[in-house]
Design a protein around this ligand. Structure first.
Ligand SMILES: *Cc1c(COP(=O)(O)O)cnc(C)c1O
Length: 412
């Protein structure tokens, strides 16, 4: 084991900084306060200014000043967000001791209500793994795990397109990080070969369904790759896949048959599963280690018990939603085929379907055009996606009908 020299540390920082869609790209140079207006103007000029929209979502519809639109920007992939029948059933089944709207404490102090252990046990059982650990959100999860598990003798190899929350986790860690070209597993293999002896441990970090392109990582290939080395761990963020994929709704690792082989399988509850929070499925050892070291678990108030009870309610019904999952996949394939037929190059293999336009202003115009035609579609621009790949991001939900999809295809 070679000690890490200052020069190498320096290099690792530089790599962060110069990376094309760099880890530090989100930070503009600190400006004197008087320049904030100028920066906002610059954002406006380049078509990248954001504002909070004023909306009234209503299932797969969206009430806006432009009228009632079909919502194609939601993460409610299974359409569970407005299952009022479930809400009623849940509230009626709720035990009084779970009807608490705050835990008023971190789980390490007095916030660890029994429902937490129950949900974690349920997750471990569903995934047929040793243990699970629950967090307040996917953002807490991804900003906390890597800083807890790595040090300066660790290397993180992350896909170029991983989610901002993972990037922030990398930034908070003292590990060196190299980001491999999106889904370029030859490059990943070369990096592993090259660095296997230079670090105590190496983390491969990927999403399963990628947030912006909707393409899917071949997890068994990554499992094979990591198994060739004694010190490599695989970290997979299934935020867009949990609930939506796999026969039992456990995600892409279930679909691809490698649930047992992923060291850190991360899922979130806020998207397809219409709740809040996130979880990692892992070994007992990693769970215990995270409880001791993970700052975003230790130093934050735990989710309210009533929220956890709702999470349990949904998880217990996960397996019975397979019809919805299949409906979602069928519609996704139809839209993907239509996009290809219209000359768009879409890499998608899921319910997330990018319509890549290129220029930010044009993406905004196209989104406005779609809104006029009755579809609530948002443009996605840098820095969320690389420069020159501004796009519409369609995300489908199982509460759409085949007729809705037909109308969408006509509108595109
Ligand atoms: C949405 C998302 C997160 C964040 O999850 P929250 O629970 O919303 O904080 C993390 N990772 C990916 C890939 C996501 O898409």
């Amino acid at each position: 084991m070679k000690p890490i020299t200052d020069k190498e540390k320096q290099r690792s920082v530089c790599e962060h900084e110069t990376d094309a869609q760099g880890v530090r790209k989100f930070q503009t140079e600190l400006q004197p306060a008087s320049d904030y207006e100028k920066e906002l103007q610059r954002l406006a000029d380049s078509g990248n200014l954001r504002d909070l929209p004023h909306l009234h979502p209503d299932g797969c519809r969206m009430h806006t000043s432009e009228g009632c639109l079909l919502n194609l920007s939601s993460n409610d992939y299974l359409g569970l967000g407005n299952r009022t029948d479930w809400h009623t059933e849940f509230l009626q089944s709720l035990k009084p001791e779970e009807c608490l709207f705050s835990s008023t404490s971190s789980r390490l102090l007095t916030g660890n209500y029994p429902i937490y252990d129950e949900v974690e046990q349920l997750l471990a059982n569903l995934y047929e793994r040793e243990a699970a650990l629950f967090f307040s959100s996917g953002y807490h999860m991804n900003t906390g795990i890597l800083p807890a598990l790595t040090d300066s003798r660790s290397l993180i190899l992350a896909d170029k397109l991983v989610h901002a929350s993972i990037i922030d986790g990398i930034r908070l860690s003292s590990a060196r990080c190299i980001r491999y070209r999106h889904q370029d597993y030859r490059q990943l293999e070369q990096l592993l070969e090259k660095h296997q002896h230079d670090y105590d441990r190496i983390f491969i970090v990927t999403e399963s369904i990628f947030s912006m392109d909707g393409d899917i990582a071949p997890l068994p290939l990554l499992v094979d790759l990591k198994k060739r080395y004694p010190n490599v761990l695989l970290y997979v963020d299934e935020a867009h896949a949990v609930g939506a994929r796999g026969t039992r709704g456990l995600g892409i690792a279930e679909e691809q048959g490698c649930l047992a082989d992923i060291d850190l399988l991360c899922g979130t509850m806020g998207k397809a599963l219409a709740s809040m929070g996130a979880f990692v499925v892992c070994s007992h050892t990693l769970r215990r280690y995270l409880i001791n070291k993970m700052r975003t678990l230790i130093f934050t108030t735990a989710l309210p018990p009533i929220q956890m009870a709702w999470t349990r309610f949904v998880l217990l019904r996960l397996a019975e939603l397979d019809d919805r999952r299949r409906h979602l996949l069928r519609m996704s394939r139809t839209v993907q085929q239509a996009l290809t037929a219209r000359g768009y190059t879409s890499p998608s293999e899921s319910h997330i379907l990018p319509v890549i336009i290129g220029d930010s202003h044009e993406a905004i115009l196209k989104a406005e055009d779609m809104r006029r035609k009755g579809f609530y579609v948002l443009p996605v621009r840098p820095p969320t996606v690389p420069e020159g790949t501004s796009r519409l991001r369609l995300s489908l939900t199982a509460s759409l009908t085949e007729a809705d999809v037909e109308r969408l295809i006509q509108a595109l």
